[in-house]
Unconditional design. Structure first.
Length: 313
């Protein structure tokens, strides 16, 4: 037997054996798994075709002579024959394209089984079980749940005592709001998804003092920020007057908000905290990402826990 063919058979057997060992002896093996079976079938086809083509053309190079009509173009006096595409090569090329389309649309379509899809379905099932089991949890139990979720999901940034971390731009949650945060919102506005309202809050260029008829000034921003951060308690302060002339039209004279217009900024607002978890928040010290992996009850629990940190403030 020709040595070339003998080596081709040896290489084919070795490659097929290695392929089968790689797929067949891994955890689960073939196990009637269509994906692994297709992998083996594809590997077998590729090995056979590759070895056949190599043997055929190596052999052909040994005995063939150049023939045919030369093309008019040449590069450095190196010409090219106008020979047709080899029939076998054309068949394999078209066959590969057909195989690819079949595999994509029928053999293993994009909506078929996947580990990610299975994981997502299992998460949905567990979330539904969780929601049913804890649907009526309230009060101290809800706060305790929120503390547990906080220690897993939030402590890395906001700290064990929820007092924030300047290195990662995480806010101190023991305080309902800071003057710095209030000023940031006044200067930059806020979107309606975060606020849970029909319209967004404008930035400082859309805030007018009703008493002066002019845009809010830096001094007025500082004054009203201190007033809001202080819980709207010092009603005789300069900030209280600014609030009455600039903010009360939307947030109400007591700062407790108006439905579909503006949120409650006098006290903690559970929905506002949940909105932050849903959409994230860009604030004075940095940007908090949305907490997508938490289910609705966990977000409600975190809101209850965070609100409990500053009770009596």
């Amino acid at each position: 037997m020709n040595k070339l063919y003998l080596w081709g058979i040896i290489i084919t057997i070795a490659m097929l054996g290695a392929t089968y060992a790689t797929v067949g002896y891994q955890k689960g093996g073939l196990n009637d798994d269509i994906v692994n079976m297709l992998a083996i079938a594809g590997a077998v086809a590729l090995v056979i075709i590759t070895v056949f083509v190599v043997i055929k053309y190596v052999r052909q190079m040994q005995v063939d002579q150049a023939s045919g009509e030369l093309a008019d173009e040449s590069w450095d006096n190196i010409g090219e024959y106008k020979n047709p595409v080899p029939f076998g090569w054309a068949i394999m090329f078209l066959g590969t394209m057909i195989w690819g389309m079949w595999y994509f649309t029928i053999g293993y379509p994009v909506n078929a089984f996947s580990q990610i899809g299975q994981y997502n379905e299992e998460v949905k099932e567990k979330d539904a079980e969780f929601a049913k089991k804890y649907a009526n949890i309230k009060g101290e139990q809800l706060v305790n749940m929120g503390e547990s979720v906080y220690l897993v999901e939030c402590v890395a940034c906001h700290g064990l005592n929820a007092d924030g971390n300047n290195e990662v731009d995480a806010a101190d949650l023991n305080k309902r709001i800071s003057a710095k945060s209030v000023k940031y919102v006044i200067n930059h506005g806020s979107n309606n998804k975060l606020l849970g309202t029909e319209m967004p809050m404008p930035d400082r260029n859309g805030l007018f003092n009703a008493a002066t008829g002019a845009l809010i000034t830096d001094k007025e921003i500082d004054e009203v920020a201190d007033y809001v951060a202080g819980g709207l308690k010092d009603t005789n302060s300069a900030g209280a007057k600014v609030f009455a002339n600039v903010c009360a039209a939307c947030h109400g004279p007591d700062g407790k908000g108006m439905a579909y217009v503006a949120p409650d900024i006098a006290t903690w607002n559970q929905q506002l905290i949940i909105n932050v978890l849903d959409y994230g928040k860009k604030g004075a010290i940095g940007k908090m990402p949305a907490m997508d992996r938490l289910n609705p009850k966990q977000k409600e629990a975190i809101a209850a826990y965070v609100m409990s940190l500053s009770e009596g403030e």
